[in-house]
Design a protein. Structure first.
Length: 160
C-alpha cells in the first residue's frame, strides 16, 4: 500500500489531538504516504429534524465521494461496521496490496455519521468498538491502528 488517505468531516480543535495525529503520520511515513483531508462539517440547528440531518449527511456525502481516489480500497468507519483485531486489519491491507491495490481511503464522518451512499462505497466497513468515541479522537485511534498494521506487516517490533 503506497498511500493512505483519511477523509474526515470536521477539523481537529484540540492541540493534543493534532499533535498525536502529526506523530502517527510521521511514523506512517516510513511505510506509506499518509494524507488527511478535512472536509467541512455542515452546521445544523440545535434540534434538527430528521430531514435536516438527512440533507446534511447527503451534502457531506457528496463532498466525501468526490475526494475518494480512483481504485482505492474504500473503508468507511461506521457503527455497523466490522470490528477487526489489529492483526486482521493488517491482513486486510496486505491482501489488498497483493491484489494490486496501491491506495486506501478511510472515511470518518461527522457527529451525525455517514450517509448510506458513502457506506455503500466501502469494500469494508470498519467499526472501532461498540463504544462511542468523539469523531476527532477516532482519527487518532485510526492513525495508531494503521501504524500498528503497517508495523505488523513489516515484521516490526511496535506490535506486541
Amino acid at each position: 500500500m503506497r498511500s493512505v488517505r483519511i477523509l474526515c468531516v470536521g477539523k481537529l480543535k484540540e492541540r493534543y489531538l493534532s499533535d498525536a495525529c502529526a506523530e502517527y503520520c510521521k511514523r506512517l511515513g516510513a511505510y506509506c504516504r499518509p494524507e488527511i483531508l478535512e472536509l467541512p462539517e455542515f452546521r445544523l440547528p440545535e434540534n434538527p429534524s430528521p430531514a435536516e440531518v438527512e440533507a446534511c449527511l447527503r451534502r457531506e456525502g457528496e463532498e466525501i465521494l468526490a475526494r475518494i481516489p480512483k481504485d482505492a480500497l474504500v473503508i468507511p468507519l461506521c457503527i455497523e461496521g466490522e470490528m477487526l483485531s489489529s492483526e486482521q486489519l493488517a491482513a486486510a491491507l496486505s491482501d489488498a496490496a497483493v491484489r494490486g491495490v496501491s491506495s486506501a481511503c478511510f472515511i470518518i464522518g461527522g457527529s451525525w455519521g455517514l450517509c448510506p451512499a458513502v457506506k455503500q462505497a466501502g469494500r469494508l466497513r470498519l467499526s472501532m468498538s461498540r463504544m462511542t468515541f468523539p469523531h476527532q479522537l477516532a482519527r487518532v485511534m485510526l492513525l495508531e491502528q494503521l501504524y500498528r498494521a503497517f508495523s505488523i506487516n513489516a515484521g516490526g517490533k511496535y506490535h506486541k
